[in-house]
Design a protein around this ligand. Structure first.
Ligand SMILES: O=C(O)c1ccccc1NCC(=O)[C@H](O)[C@H](O)COP(=O)(O)O
Length: 212
């Protein structure tokens, strides 16, 4: 199976178009005000309207309340809700309410961080293994932090999954080779500054994934 890629934290039409043209299977829109990538509902709707049907639209949330979740799903026609710092019970609730696919982000630093993964069976459609960001960090994702991919070795994934955290054009082929990831997710690695996506970096990243 070819490896697919999600470009996360898109916030301009030009970089969104670059992700689509480069072959991204998923595009991510962050709905979390402290993030430099945050989109209000109007901008979310405008960008989402540019996305063709074969590319999945992912809304990225941090334990959202029902009103924010539903307003965002409606504005963006979201196919997937990606939920950070959200318990299995809330993930199941968000999936039922939104009728979108639900991805549960698992913050990983050590093997023990995978212990909670089976708890998402029946609640989530996919697990996103993302790097744990430092204690007290403003964001639970999108900080270019990488984790030791060896912690995934031999792990019996209880659900479909994706790999994230600190990926870039220089390391994504090795990440795929070492983990067998079916889907990779990147944000900072295709930026020139926090929140500023770079079209050339997006194209190079997607090219490297498709060659893997
Ligand atoms: O990207 C953000 O600003 C963000 C904010 C709050 C929660 C999650 C966020 N990003 C989640 C993602 O899916 C990122 O692509 C993932 O964490 C990888 O980021 P990076 O290490 O910068 O590639």
């Amino acid at each position: 199976m070819p490896v697919t890629a999600k470009i996360c934290g898109l916030s301009t039409a030009a970089t969104l178009d670059a992700a689509i043209a480069g072959g991204a299977s998923h595009v991510g829109f962050v709905i979390f005000p402290p993030s430099p990538r945050h989109l209000g509902l109007d901008r979310l709707a405008g960008l989402a309207a540019r996305v063709p049907d074969h590319v999945r639209k992912v809304g990225v949330f941090v334990d959202p309340d029902d009103d924010l979740l539903m307003a965002s799903v409606a504005a963006g026609g979201l196919d997937v809700v990606q939920l950070h710092k959200t318990t299995p019970g809330r993930v199941a609730h968000c999936r039922g309410l939104s009728r979108a696919q639900a991805w549960a982000a698992i913050a990983v630093k050590t093997r023990a961080d995978l212990d909670g993964a089976p708890g998402f069976v029946g609640a989530a459609d996919r697990l996103l293994y993302d790097a744990k960001t430092p204690e007290g960090a403003a964001l639970p994702g999108g900080m270019g932090v990488r984790f030791d991919w060896e912690v995934l070795r031999g792990f019996r994934h209880p659900l479909p999954w994706a790999l994230s955290g600190g990926l870039d054009v220089a390391n994504v082929a090795e990440a795929i080779a070492r983990t067998g990831a079916p889907l990779v997710d990147v944000s900072s690695g295709v930026e020139s500054a926090p929140g500023v996506k770079d079209m050339d970096k997006i194209a190079a990243f997607l090219q490297r994934v498709s060659a893997s």
